[in-house]
Design a protein around this ligand. Sequence first.
Ligand code: PEP
Ligand code: MN
Length: 337
Amino acid sequence: MIIVCNKLCTDEDIDFIQKKAVEYGYEPRLIRGVERTIIACIGDEIEHPNLMSLVSLKCIDSVMPIQKRYKLASREFHATDSEYEFSGAKLGNKHFLTIAGPCSVESIEQMHAVSKDLVAAGIKVMRGGVYKPRTSPYDFQGMGDEGLEILQEMKNTYGFAIATEVLGEEQIEKAAKVADILQIGARNCQNYHLLKKVSHAGRAVLLKRGMATTVEEWLLAAEYLLVNGCEEVILCERGIRTYEKTTRFTLDVAAIAAAKKETHLPVIVDPSHPAGQLDFVMPLAKAGIAAGADGMIIETHPKPSEACSDAAQQIPSNEFKDFLKDLQPLIELMVKE
Ligand code: PEP
Ligand code: MN
């Protein structure tokens, strides 16, 4: 921590600040300049963050942290890219993974139909929501526990690893019996109680970025998962809220590059939710991949016109193989770098 004192700062104040620094576990070093005095405090800021409160003293202009507030998620802690494996498919460290499936699990027929198309497209990890976070309480809320049984059947029949969202604490244990990856949706990115609970499930966690969450807050949310025992955290950029109405959300491609720079955790792109409509899914997927995403999660449905949620953005699943084929050259180019 660097403490910058102002002109009001007396020798007694400096003495007091240094004593406080020692009390909080830091080793203070005094630097007297012509205009200002600076007190550099050496110590682990994550273990001893309390010095920030000194900024309330009139004789102090600012207290500046030096260390990143996320430790386990940072590249300082783990320099090389983390790599995970789901159902034989690798993610991270130059392994690109596509997770695909419908927005919501709706029926056994729908899931068999989409599964066959996913197998044909070479997909190993299936997504499908059973507990749905809908903006309106009158909209389809997901099949719930019955949907989990359908996901289990898809897992048994087609060998997929499963990714599904949990909205609340009571859903975690049930979902973890079926799912390899538990999704924390955008609306719960900063629900710290839920993050702590889901960390103990013994499953990978896919953490969507909240629609008003900064990159630092997103990484700190990942830190909550890591420090509470989750061993595999996947970050997912899914668009943020801006004034733009043409798309559903604004895909923040810079956040993908920024997160990749800061963290060893895999960062994937969700091109479906920011697009909000089919036409934009391909360009946003390309943008995310070009920005350095390690993978993507994408919505596809056997009959989008009959979908109970997110109908406009879902790729017809019989076209999904070709969709991926068109992206393949870009994926290969990026993975080679
Ligand atoms: C979803 O994946 O279907 C979903 C609801 O995502 P998000 O949390 O990004 O809105
Ligand atoms: Mn959706």
